[in-house]
Design a protein. Structure first.
Length: 231
């Protein structure tokens, strides 16, 4: 069964490559504190930890991220779960929420990068919109396949004070700002395996993405960081 990017068996190899290329891993000595970032990250972590394991008929079971993924992503907090429901035993979607401490840490970690590195063939993508906590959130649904398997990964990013974004462009822009990037960036994904129509996938994604609503609010509604106080 395919797993969210950070849980793929080859993640340790991909993570090492990303660090060597300077895409995702950055030296701790080059990370400076941004004024107000610690309080912001504490609030984001609380919101992620509050993500429910029971979402309507769906019951979630925690799935640990491998140490390599944690080392590369340097998350403030994560939620990684597989959900099942009694009336649909053939469906087991997976939800991943991660908010990294520095926006640069997400630059190499999104479906068009990590799944092809793991040997999965891209099979198209489409824009998608989900209603999450009363907000219309835009993202992308990516399709992948390999011998005997196919799956989709629905995902979006959230930037502090900016909101959800459909692709990496906003993350790249945030990562280029030496002060704002310390407030990090977040990502949510829902992976669904097998042949299902778009309407059914969208319904499942929307239901599971309700678990991320508190995090979206906490990450999105952050005020622009104040300048660091003069020393």
């Amino acid at each position: 069964m395919p797993k969210p990017c950070a849980k793929l068996p080859v993640w340790s190899v991909y993570a090492a490559a990303a660090v060597m290329l300077g895409v995702a891993g950055w030296s701790q000595t080059h990370r400076q504190k941004a004024h107000g970032a610690d309080a912001y990250h504490a609030g984001v972590a609380d919101a992620i930890r509050a993500a429910p394991r029971q979402i309507g008929p769906w019951t979630g079971v925690d799935v640990d991220l491998p140490p390599e993924a944690v080392r590369v992503l340097r998350p403030t907090a994560t939620a990684s779960r597989e959900y099942t429901r009694a009336d649909q035993p053939d469906v087991a979607p997976q939800l991943l929420i991660v908010h990294s401490q520095d926006a640069r840490d997400l630059q190499g970690h999104y479906p068009p990068n990590c799944y092809p590195h793991a040997g999965y063939e891209p099979a198209g993508s489409e824009a998608a919109t989900w209603t999450i906590g009363g907000h219309e959130v835009r993202g992308v649904r990516y399709r992948f396949r390999t011998a005997g398997a196919s799956f989709t990964v629905a995902q979006f990013f959230v930037l502090p004070g900016v909101g959800p974004g459909a692709d990496m462009n906003a993350v790249y822009a945030r990562a280029s700002d030496a002060r704002l990037r310390r407030f990090g960036a977040g990502q949510a994904q829902v992976l669904i395996e097998g042949q299902r129509d778009t309407a059914q996938r969208h319904e499942i994604e929307t239901e599971l993405f309700q678990a991320v609503a508190p995090w979206v609010e906490a990450a999105w509604r952050a005020e622009a960081p104040d300048p660091a106080p003069a020393s």
